[in-house]
Design a protein around this ligand. Structure first.
Ligand code: 6PG
Length: 263
């Protein structure tokens, strides 16, 4: 079952997500000496990444003023991956790697060799194969991430699993490359070659956590969580970790329709 937690606004959602990251990292490092996390792209997680980068020591650390997030993470033991990437070079404005690097990774003491980006500058199939090879030494043969962060698009996509694409039902490969064309639109920012984790790896994770914000997502969120199961239309529904926790951290605007249903 999925757990849904609702926060009043985007700022408190970001704090909760940062807290969640810190907790999952501490647990994994204590258990195995290592924390493997897949970051998501999109705009929603940016403020979470910015918070994770903060090392605000204005106050002495106590219960009222806990140390801000960065010093609470054992960064040399964190291995960062991505859920998906557009096939663009790493300095491109559409690069999910670039967003995470600027908001978080270049501000914390994570060794460069712990940052495992999808090489979007390669031909798509090569990028997928290289990423698959990069994953196995860290995830083991079972392909188990400690934490995968995901977003949900207003069309119900997650990672780069888009409505009507075969990748939604991929049952063997961990990573696929595919061209995603946005129906009924001229090529736009979303029409692109993309490399994505498949449900094989996503549903093998110990924790899969969605961050969803904004009124524009409210109706789709209701359909995904409370509507009929139709992952071809709503790919986010394919996310059902077999032996892990599925958690939705959402702001009140995105949860508006859920609340109405519950009331
Ligand atoms: C990407 C994503 C994608 C994203 C959603 C939500 O690379 O764009 O990984 O799945 O998470 O589109 O994006 P927003 O947070 O911008 O709404």
């Amino acid at each position: 079952m999925s757990e849904v937690k609702v926060y009043p606004d985007r700022a408190s959602l970001a704090r909760a997500a940062a807290e969640h990251f810190v907790t999952r990292a501490s647990e994994a490092v204590a258990a195995r000496g290592l924390f493997t996390v897949a970051l998501s792209g999109g705009s929603t997680p940016r403020s979470t990444y910015a918070l994770l980068a903060r090392a605000d020591n204005k106050h002495p650390a106590d219960n009222k003023h806990p140390r801000e997030f960065a010093p609470r993470v054992d960064w040399p033991r964190v291995h960062v991956f991505w859920g998906d990437e557009r096939c663009v070079p790493p300095d491109h404005t559409d690069s999910n790697y670039r967003m995470a690097r600027e908001a978080l990774l270049e501000k914390v003491p994570i060794p460069i060799e712990n940052v495992h980006r999808i090489q979007g500058e390669l031909p798509p199939d090569q990028a997928a194969a290289a990423y698959r090879a990069e994953l196995e030494p860290f995830l083991g043969a079972g392909g188990r991430f400690d934490l995968i962060l995901l977003g949900m698009g207003a069309d119900g996509h997650t990672a780069s699993l888009f409505p009507g694409t075969a990748a939604v039902h991929e049952g063997a490969r961990w990573v696929v490359a595919h061209y995603v064309r946005r129906q009924g639109r001229r090529p736009d920012k979303l029409s692109a070659w993309r490399v994505t984790l498949t449900p094989v790896v996503i549903n093998g994770a110990a924790h899969v956590t969605f961050l969803v914000a904004g009124a524009g997502k409210a109706e789709r969120l209701r359909e995904v969580l409370a509507g009929p199961y139709q992952p071809d239309v709503l790919p986010a529904q394919i996310v059902r970790p077999a032996d892990g926790q599925s958690l939705w951290l959402v702001d009140a605007a995105a949860a508006a329709r859920l609340r109405q249903e519950v009331e």
